[in-house]
Design a protein around this ligand. Structure first.
Ligand code: AHG
Ligand code: MN
Ligand code: MN
Ligand code: MN
Length: 339
């Protein structure tokens, strides 16, 4: 019997990071150690997410955050796990979290040269229904003599040195990309407790007839947005087939599907939310970098390249369209007609 070929050359996230580090001659290993701390925060958040219903961790914490979201118990626990992992890494100087009103400055690590932005639990409104949620993160370099104020984080996404997200679904997936690099997907092997490289060098299909948007907001959409989605649903070309609609309501889950299958994800700014809903620093920018590095595009509601948008404050929001290159181009072309 031909023995099933066992892959003995397993690329774990740890090995992947070591190999990445060798690409940078001047590397000190600080970035690698910071990523190991990130890895642990994903593992510990995944652990609590999976046990939530068993140990009464679902439901509301009874508080709300700066952006007005009701905080779930797991939002708070995910945030606390993340802050502890970043603090104890000794490599993180500044931390922005959706669940922290103010910037966290780790004064005990004056020599640390990284700022981390994070959405500890994205999609938390879906948590109690068992729908996939995840963590979104971005890493910036900061100067040693940085002021340690929110001013240090008024940066465009082009300054990100790395970004990505996890999705705690049927299995725990991690997608990570470095500045100017490829997009790589890892799957958690619970037996080993390791993220294993399963989706090397993810490239998005250039087009795909799938759109992902909350149509419950269409009453508030601007004209170009209405025209764009109408065109997907009622194609004018005779040959045109209507697009499929897929909307999970967790950005990480909608993003992961769009990354692998193609299509477009949108959370437009509209008359109800003039600046959109998604937060620039820890949702829009990290996702935009992943999508661009996978060959796609990401723009805001003014059709400006998402990675060039600078937040006015650490919880600033923006509209966003991101997905397959040609699908985002269609949105841009419809908006051009309205200028
Ligand atoms: P979060 O759970 O981190 O606050 O993010 C929720 C976001 C995002 O995950 C998702 O795309 C969007 O909210 C869904 O918003 P609607 O329910 O308004 O469609
Ligand atoms: Mn929230
Ligand atoms: Mn979110
Ligand atoms: Mn969140």
């Amino acid at each position: 019997l031909a023995q099933e070929k066992i892959n003995t050359d397993i690329v774990t996230l740890t090995r992947f990071l070591t190999e990445e580090q060798t690409k940078h001659k001047e590397a000190t290993g600080d970035f690698t150690l910071l990523c190991h701390a990130l890895q642990f925060s994903f593992k510990s958040i995944a652990y609590y997410i999976r046990r939530a219903t068993l140990i009464n961790l679902t439901g509301l914490a009874g508080s709300s955050n700066t952006t007005g979201d009701d905080q779930k118990k797991l939002d708070v626990i995910g945030n606390d796990l993340f802050v502890a992992a970043m603090r104890s890494s000794g490599k993180c100087k500044l931390l922005v979290s959706e669940e922290e009103e103010h910037l966290i400055v780790f004064k005990e690590h004056p020599k640390a040269r990284y700022a981390v932005v994070c959405d500890p639990i994205d999609g938390s409104s879906n948590l109690d229904a068992g729908v996939s949620v995840g963590t979104i993160f971005g890493i910036f370099r900061v100067e040693e003599d940085c002021k340690g104020t929110e001013e240090d984080l008024k940066l465009p996404g082009t300054e990100l040195v790395a970004s990505g997200f996890t999705m705690y679904g049927a299995s725990a997936q991690l997608v990570i990309t470095m500045k100017g690099g490829s997009v790589n997907g890892f799957t958690m092997d619970n037996a080993l407790g390791e993220f294993i490289l399963t989706h090397p060098d993810i490239k998005m299909p250039k087009s795909r007839a799938i759109y992902s948007v909350n149509e419950g907001n269409s009453l508030y959409w601007e004209e170009p947005v209405k025209e764009y989605f109408q065109g997907l649903k009622y194609p004018v070309e005779q040959s045109g087939k209507p697009y499929s609609a897929r909307y999970i309501g967790s950005m990480v889950a909608d993003a992961y599907r769009t990354l692998l299958y193609g299509g477009i994800f949108a959370y437009p700014a509209d008359k109800k939310s003039p600046k959109g809903k998604l937060r620039i620093l820890y949702e829009c920018a990290p996702m935009a970098m992943v999508f661009e590095n996978a060959g796609g595009q990401a723009v805001d509601s003014h059709m400006k390249r998402m990675l060039t948008v600078v937040p006015e404050h650490i919880h600033d929001r923006s509209g966003i369209f991101m997905g397959s290159f040609d699908e985002v181009q269609k949105v841009i072309d419809v908006h051009k007609k309205h200028q």
